[in-house]
Design a binder for this molecule. Structure first.
Ligand SMILES: [Cu+2]
Length: 769
C-alpha cells in the first residue's frame, strides 16, 4: 500500500519557542539569536513527533490501532543538505529543505509492519509501504513488559517452575531476548514470526523483596518462547546445564548464595579520599541551539552539531576545525554480540543493541557526580513512545572537559628547560543500558585536532545455569563465575560510521603499508631499510588491518595538498585489533553481523544507508547491511566514500567480571596526517602551577595516614620551568629553587630553600655545579 496524500492535520500545536543556551558553567559568547526549529538536522521536536503519528493515524480508518516503533528525523539527502550547511557557514540564506520524519509502525496486535515518510512542512504522508516477511523492528519497554507478564502468567511456565520446588518467597525475574535467527521453520521451532526467547532467573530468596538483587547470579533452566504479536507463550524450552547438549528433567532447586553488586550488601572500603574536578573560571566550551532540539558546540577550534535519535542516540554532524571542514557525519552505526554456545537455544543469542533496541531509547538519564565528574552540561532528547506520543529523555548526553595527562613535552637537557602542555579533551558522552549490559560511549576531541571514539563495556554478564557439580570443571562454552552460573563466551563488535569531508568534498581512502626493502649492495647494503607503499581504494569493499604490515588507513583529500610536503591532506584511522567473527560463514550469526568480518569497510555514499547491520536487525536474515553495500563494488571515483570502522573484543568472561564488570575500554582514533603545517597543539598554553594548582605532598607530615587537607604551595611545574635538575630535586623536595642560570666555564648556579619539615624555618643554600 502506498499513501501519496495524507489528510489535513488535526492538531497543529504551536512550535515551542526556543532560545540559545548557556549552562551555568558555560562561558563564552552566546549570540542568543532566534533558534531555528526548521533546521534540517534538528532532531524531531515533541510537537513533530505528535504530528507525525497523527498524520499516520489520520491516513487510516477510524478505530485502527497502532504501535509506533520509530518516529525519528528523516535526514535530508546529502545533495540537498551539504550545500545548505555550506551556505549556513558563510552566512548566506540556505535554500529551504522540508522537515520530514521517518516512521515505523505496526497495525496494533498484528504483524502488519509499515514504514512511512511524513513531510512535516507540508503536513502529509509522502510515502508508506507495508514491509514484507522476515522484517521485524526494534523492541521497546512496553513490549518487554508484556512479554515478561505473558511468561509469568502462562500455566505451562508455572508448571515447569513448580518442578524446581523453589522457596516459597522466590521471585522470578525474566530477561526477554531478541529471538535471533537460525532459519528453522518446522512447526514447533520457527523464526519467521516475531518471537521472543526469555531467560529466567530468581532473586535471592533470603532477600526477595530487594528489587535490585542480582538475579543473574541465580539463573534457572527454563526458557519460555513468546509470540511477539499475540503475546502468548508458544513453547517452553528447557536449557542444557551440563557440558554437552543433553537436556535433563528439571530437578528441585538446591539452595545457594546469591552474588550482589549493590553497595549495601558489600563491605565498602573506607580509604578513598575525595577527588573533585574544579574549573574555577568555568569551562572552555559553548553550547548553542541550532534548532529546538539540536545543539551546536564550540570548543578549542572545534565546531560541530549534536543530534540525538532513537536508533543511534548521539550523532555528530558538520564537524569543522579552525574553520576547516572535517567530517559530515559521525555516529556509532550498530553493534553485534554473537554468543559462542552452540547448544539450543543459546545458538540464536546475538544482540544488535542499536538495531534491536536503540541507543537513543536505551540512553541513561545521566547524573551529576556519578556518571559525570566536574563541570557538566547536559543535553536532553525527546523520542516517541509506542503510542506515537513524545517521550522525554532527560540528560541523555553529557558534555565536559577532562585532563588527559600530558599533551606534549620536551626538556632540553642542555638547559634543563622543560616545555610542557596538558592534553585537555572535550568529552561528549552517552551511556546505554541494554538489559544486563552497559555501554559508555563517548567522543573525545582534543587540542591536537584528534578525535577519539571510546566504548567502555560494563554492566552484568548475560548468564545461564550450569550444574552445581560442574562448578570446578572447565566449561567449553563459557566461564563459571559463581556456583551454578555460566557466563558464555561472546564477541562484541561495534561499527563506527565515518562520513568525511576533509578540507571539503572529493575525499578518498588509501592505506599505507611499511615494507622491508630487500638487501641490495647499492640501495640497502646493511639490510635495515624499509619504506612505505600507499594504495588507493578504488571501489567499495572490506579490508583487514594487517598489523604485520602496519597497514594504516587514511582518508585524504587529493585536491588539497599540504603546503609543507605536498601530501594530500588527510586523517589516519587508528583501528584497534579485532578478531573477526568466529561463527562459520554459512551461519546466521555471520550473515547477520555484516560488519563483524572486516576491520574496515569502505562504501560509496548513498542516502539513508546508516546502519552497518541493516535497517532491521531483529531476526534479520543477513541480506542488508554494510557487507551488502560494499558488495555492490561501486567505484569510489566520485570522491564520496563512507568508512565503517569495525572494532571489538572477544569476551572470554573472567570471574572478576562478576557480579558486575569493571569497564573494558576500546578506542578508535582519527588523527590528522599531513593535514596541518605543524603540531596543531603548539599554541596550547604551558602547563603552569599558577593555573593548575597542584599540591606537593613530599615532606608533608602525616602522609602515611593520609592527608586530610592540603595547602596549595607545591610547585612542580614552576620548578620545571626554572630548570631544576632532577639530581638536585632528589634532595631538595620541600622548598623553592631559584635558577641563577649558567655562569662562566659552564657552571650553573641555584639558590635553594630547604627545611627538614614545614614547621622548621628553612635554610638557604647557594649551589654551584
Ligand atoms: Cu561481553
Amino acid at each position: 500500500m502506498t499513501i501519496n496524500q495524507g489528510p489535513p492535520l488535526h492538531a497543529e500545536a504551536a512550535m515551542a519557542s526556543s532560545a540559545c543556551v548557556t549552562g551555568g558553567n558555560v562561558i563564552g559568547a552566546c549570540g542568543c539569536e532566534k533558534a531555528h526549529p526548521e533546521h534540517p538536522l534538528g532532531p524531531l521536536t515533541a510537537d513533530e513527533i505528535y504530528r507525525s503519528s497523527s498524520l499516520i493515524r489520520n491516513a487510516w480508518p477510524e478505530g485502527t490501532g497502532f504501535t509506533f516503533k520509530v518516529v525519528t528525523l528523516h535526514e535530508p539527502a546529502k545533495s540537498r543538505l551539504s550545500p545548505y550547511l555550506e551556505a549556513e557557514r558563510v552566512g548566506k540564506l540556505p535554500g529551504h529543505i522540508d522537515r520530514r520524519s521517518f516512521v515505523v509502525y505496526y497495525i496494533k496486535n498484528t504483524e502488519k509492519l509499515h514504514e512511512a515518510v511524513v513531510n512535516l512542512t507540508q503536513g502529509r504522508v509522502e510515502g508508506n509501504v507495508r514491509l514484507g516477511p522476515n522484517l521485524h523492528p526494534n523492541s521497546d519497554g512496553e513490549e518487554i513488559l508484556l512479554v515478561e507478564r505473558a511468561c509469568l502468567e502462562d500455566l505451562r511456565v508455572q508448571a515447569e517452575i513448580a518442578k524446581l520446588e523453589l522457596p516459597d518467597d522466590a521471585v522470578i525475574v525474566l530477561d526477554p531476548w531478541i529471538y535471533g535467527s537460525d532459519g528453522v521453520d518446522d512447526g514447533v521451532y520457527s523464526d519467521k514470526k516475531r518471537v521472543w526467547q526469555c531467560f529466567m532467573y530468581m532473586r535471592d530468596a533470603k532477600n526477595s523483596t530487594e528489587a535490585d538483587s542480582c538475579h543473574y547470579s541465580l539463573p534457572l533452566p527454563i526458557s519460555p518462547v513468546v509470540d511477539g504479536v499475540t503475546h502468548k507463550v508458544i513453547r517452553v524450552d528447557i536449557l542444557p546445564t551440563g557440558l554437552d547438549n543433553t537436556v535433563k528433567p528439571l530437578e528441585p532447586w538446591i539452595p545457594r548464595d546469591a552474588n550482589e553488586y549493590i553497595p549495601e550488601t558489600n563491605d565498602l572500603r573506607t580509604d578513598v579520599k575525595p577527588l573533585s574536578v574544579i574549573q574555577p573560571d568555568g569551562v572552555s566550551f559553548t553550547v548553542e541551539k541550532f534548532s529546538e532540539m539540536g545543539h551546536a558546540l564550540k570548543w578549542q577550534k572545534w565546531e560541530f552539531k549534536v543530534g540525538f535519535n532513537q536508533r543511534e542516540g548521539l550523532v555528530i554532524y558538520d564537524v569543522h576545525y579552525d574553520g576547516k571542514p572535517m567530517f559530515y557525519r559521525l555516529s556509532l552505526s550498530d553493534m553485534a554480540i554473537p554468543y559462542a554456545d552452540p547448544r539450543h537455544p543459546f545458538h540464536k543469542k546475538q544482540a544488535f543493541d542499536l538495531g534491536d533496541a536503540g541507543a537513543g531509547l536505551m540512553a541513561n538519564n545521566l547524573k551529576l557526580g556519578c556518571d559525570c565528574l566536574g563541570s557538566i552540561y547536559y543535553l536532553s532528547g525527546v523520542l516517541s513512545d509506542p503510542n506515537g506520543l513524545p517521550q522525554e529523555m532527560p540528560n541523555v548526553i553529557c558534555i565536559h572537559e577532562v585532563d588527559n595527562g600530558i599533551g606534549w613535552k620536551h626538556t632540553n637537557y642542555r638547559t634543563n628547560r622543560a616545555v610542557v602542555t596538558r592534553d585537555r579533551q572535550l568529552v561528549v558522552q552517552q551511556i546505554l543500558t541494554v538489559s544486563n549490559y552497559e555501554y559508555i560511549t563517548a567522543w573525545y576531541f582534543n587540542q591536537a585536532a584528534d578525535i577519539y571514539y571510546e566504548v567502555r563495556a560494563t554492566g552484568i554478564l548475560s548468564t545461564q545455569p550450569v550444574d552445581l557439580g560442574l562448578t570446578k570443571a572447565p566449561h567449553p562454552y563459557g566461564t563459571i563465575v559463581h556456583p551454578g552460573v555460566l557466563a558464555g563466551h561472546h564477541q562484541h563488535f561495534f561499527s563506527l560510521r565515518i562520513d568525511p569531508m576533509l578540507a571539503g568534498r572529493g575525499n578518498e581512502v588509501v592505506y599505507d603499508e611499511a615494507v622491508a626493502m630487500p638487501p641490495d649492495d647499492d640501495e640497502n647494503p646493511y639490510g635495515v631499510g624499509y619504506t612505505l607503499t600507499t594504495r588507493r581504494i578504488e571501489s567499495a569493499g572490506g579490508y583487514e588491518t594487517a598489523s604485520h604490515r602496519n597497514r594504516v588507513f587514511r582518508i585524504t583529500n587529493p585536491s588539497v595538498l599540504n603546503t609543507v610536503n605536498g601530501s594530500p591532506v588527510g586523517y589516519k584511522i587508528q583501528v584497534p585489533p579485532m578478531q573477526p567473527i568466529l561463527a562459520a560463514k554459512g551461519s546466521f550469526h555471520y550473515k547477520r553481523a555484516q560488519f563483524a568480518d572486516k576491520s574496515i569497510y569502505v562504501t560509496k555514499y548513498r542516502d539513508n544507508e546508516y546502519y552497518a547491520g541493516g535497517k532491521y536487525t531483529n531476526q534479520s536474515r543477513g541480506v542488508d547491511g554494510v557487507r551488502a553495500y560494499a558488495g555492490r563494488n561501486e567505484s569510489l571515483e566520485d570522491g564520496d566514500p563512507v568508512v565503517w570502522v569495525n572494532f571489538g573484543i572477544n569476551h572470554i568472561p573472567r570471574i572478576e567480571e562478576f557480579p558486575v564488570m569493571p569497564t573494558e575500554t576500546m578506542r578508535v582514533g582519527l588523527r590528522p596526517f599531513n593535514f596541518f603545517e605543524r603540531n596543531p597543539a603548539i599554541d596550547v598554553p604551558q602547563s603552569r602551577q599558577e593555573v593548575n594548582r597542584s599540591v606537593g605532598l613530599n615532606g608533608v607530615e602525616g602522609l602515611r595516614d593520609g592527608v586530610s587537607a592540603m595547602t596549595v604551595d607545591g610547585s612542580c611545574c614552576a620548578q620545571s620551568d626554572s630548570g631544576r635538575p632532577e639530581t638536585l630535586a632528589r634532595y631538595f623536595t620541600a622548598g623553592q629553587v631559584w635558577d641563577l642560570g649558567t655562569w662562566r666555564y659552564g657552571l650553573k648556579a641555584w639558590i635553594v630553600e630547604w627545611s627538614l619539615s614545614a614547621s622548621i624555618t628553612p635554610l638557604v643554600f647557594l649551589i654551584v655545579a
